[in-house]
Design a protein around this ligand. Structure first.
Ligand SMILES: [Zn+2]
Length: 185
């Protein structure tokens, strides 16, 4: 397994590999091994061909990926871009603008803005604020303190609430973005 990146150059290379992306996320989300985000079962089988797992318990929607149940789940933006954006936000002390993300990853500034806000929200940061100090990134992936079975439901509800709030904020942000699309600042 490739060692995790410490510089921007390393990060770009590292996150261009889908296996690295998955490993990076799994190591944070499920440090003790993948578990089903729907029932919590650890009896899951990885299907490398599809880059997903299947739960051994009997319930609906048994298949899941590393994105399932996270702030990235309902986004068409690739895991590589999400993780790269997250890596930059957490590792760059002076913060990063959506314009920098847009330029570095070749995605639209609107997508970059959306990712930036969603990640900062999940990290408990006010969008646009500069980040300093140590940040606990685990919360980004699970959308709430759902670290054990008892709190799992609370975590799901919290996650849903956040998603609903995001939809509203996201709409607002899109309109704001539209007003200043005259290129780089
Ligand atoms: Zn399950």
């Amino acid at each position: 397994m490739a060692s995790e990146p410490t510089t921007l150059r390393e990060a770009i290379v590292y996150f261009s590999d889908p296996d690295n992306c998955r490993n990076f996320l799994v190591a944070r989300r499920w440090p003790n091994g993948a578990e089903c985000p729907r029932c919590g079962s650890k009896h899951v089988i990885f299907q490398p061909k599809y880059n997903r797992w299947q739960c051994g318990a009997s319930h609906d929607r048994r298949q899941f990926t590393a994105k399932t149940g996270t702030i990235m789940e309902d986004s068409p933006i690739g895991l590589d871009k999400w993780l790269m954006a997250m890596w930059q936000i957490v590792n760059r002390k002076n913060g990063i603008s959506s314009y920098e993300v847009h330029r570095a990853f070749g995605i639209t500034q609107k997508s970059a803005w959306f990712m930036d806000h969603r990640i900062r929200f999940a990290l408990g940061m006010t969008p646009g604020n500069r980040l300093s100090g140590q940040v606990e990134t685990d919360e980004t992936f699970i959308g709430g303190k759902a670290r054990n079975m008892q709190l799992r439901e609370a975590g799901r509800k919290d996650h849903r609430d956040r998603r609903q709030r995001y939809r509203r904020d996201g709409d607002l942000g899109t309109r704001q973005q539209g007003n200043r699309k005259q290129g780089p600042p």
